[in-house]
Ligand binder design. Structure first.
Ligand code: ADP
Length: 397
């Protein structure tokens, strides 16, 4: 353990040589060490969420990686033409940072034997350290490699590819894979029956944390950007607006993300100013100011316009009025987002929970209630880890 700790400190000092797998493993085991020893034997199940589209190719014979991990935001434009040639138009894999583009890029460049290669997502790899069975993933993580969650299988066009054998078996998130490996169990003092369950992506885990379980319930994340996620009985996809659906058991989690959000506010006001100025706002009164707050040019959702310019003028002399106008304008974009999802066929939104830095602003919540015409409240839990724990609970039942 000490050696690992020193290793990480060394890695941190030398950013260019970061060994991601070592650092993730170290963090996982540090977290397990942090669990009070008296509680460890009572833990019935464990699940983990990870960053979507962070991809690792492992040699199933040795358990060793066959390349550096591909990080979530890494783009592989070299693979895009090949992926576009096999996938349906506008499929979610048709983006340079999709898991499938990463796999194809690796496949085309890796020179040695690929016979025993197996693809894993970040959470699959971390879970594997605990259960030891290679080649299992969940249908949330697998969406960006091309898995079809509606028909619960890999599509024919993907199965026909020479690299299809590296794709993992897919289970629903929160499905028990196996009991914990014996060496981990004895090292940390877990129960022999502790079950390790399939995980999900970070953002889905954060949605699950809010415990919005009925169709029509939604979570708006007001962080640097504005992201909405709505539980729907119907699957909705529209690549023009970057709208796609994740499966959650027998429902769909429909999402869209706008480029507006807190990052624009932070450019104009400090968090302390935001709090002070918000106190002066009467949320029951509509602001006459109409803006489109963006950090730069271009918007995808709920307006698909790469040339859309930020609109933050005219600026009134009174800063509280200015902030009121911006908060209200962002609320209108949020309302337009939910309307677009409904127009595309999703279950209409009935209640909105809020996560992210903007959720602590009670005046903004009241403004949004008026603009959306819906009940809006701050989600009690928004940590992705809480959502992963709920998946573990599901797997233990
Ligand atoms: P992310 O994780 O996406 O970077 P956070 O969820 O941490 O973002 O939220 C940070 C954002 O919250 C900042 O952009 C900031 O402008 C915004 N924010 C912080 N305090 C307030 C507030 N009182 N009212 C509205 N927005 C706020």
């Amino acid at each position: 353990m000490l050696k690992e700790r020193e290793n990480i400190l060394y890695l941190r000092k030398n950013e260019e040589t970061v060994d991601w797998l070592q650092s993730w493993k170290f963090t996982l085991f540090s977290l397990l060490e942090d669990l009070p020893e008296t509680l460890r034997q009572h833990i019935a199940s464990i699940s983990i969420d990870g960053t979507s589209a962070t991809t690792i190719i492992i040699d199933s014979a040795s358990g060793e990686p066959l390349s550096e991990p591909f990080l979530y935001n890494e783009s592989c434009p070299d693979a895009l033409p090949a992926v576009k040639a096999i996938a349906p138009a506008y499929h979610t894999v048709c983006s340079g940072s999709s898991t499938l583009c990463k796999l194809v890029s690796w496949w085309n460049s890796y020179e040695s034997s690929k016979e025993s290669a197996v693809l894993m997502h970040q959470s699959d790899w971390l879970l594997w350290l605990l259960h030891g069975k290679l080649g299992v993933s969940d249908y949330n993580n697998a969406l960006k490699v091309g898995y079809d969650p509606e028909n619960d299988c890999y599509p024919t066009w993907l199965r026909a590819q020479p690299y299809s054998y590296v794709l993992p078996l897919i289970q629903a998130p929160g499905t028990s894979i196996s009991v914990i490996k014996e060496d981990i169990q004895t090292r940390f003092g877990f129960s022999k029956d502790c079950s390790i369950c399939t995980g999900t992506t970070d953002s889905i885990a954060a949605f699950l944390a809010a415990r919005a379980t009925q169709p029509g319930k939604a979570v708006t994340s007001l962080g640097s950007t504005l992201a909405i996620k709505l539980l729907s009985t119907k699957k909705v996809d529209d690549a023009r607006f970057g709208v796609y659906s994740h499966r959650l058991d027998d429902q769909w989690l429909v999402g869209g993300a706008s480029n507006t959000g807190g990052a624009v506010l932070r450019k104009i006001f400090t968090d302390e100013q935001l709090e002070r100025l918000s106190e002066q706002i009467n949320p029951l009164e509509a602001s006459p100011l109409d803006y489109y707050p963006l950090q730069g040019v271009g918007e995808r959702f709920p307006v698909a316009d790469p040339d859309l310019k930020p609109r933050l003028d005219p600026r009134p002399e009174n800063d509280a009025e200015y902030l009121h106008g911006i908060l209200e304008s962002i609320a209108h974009i949020e309302a337009k987002g939910y309307k677009l999802l409904k127009d595309l066929g999703a279950t209409p939104v009935e209640e909105v929970f809020t996560a992210g830095g903007g959720s602590k602003n009670a005046k903004w919540i009241r403004i949004r209630e008026r603009v959306l015409g819906l009940p809006v409240c701050k989600a009690l839990q928004t940590e992705a880890a809480y959502g992963a724990a709920l998946l573990a609970l599901k797997g233990a039942e």
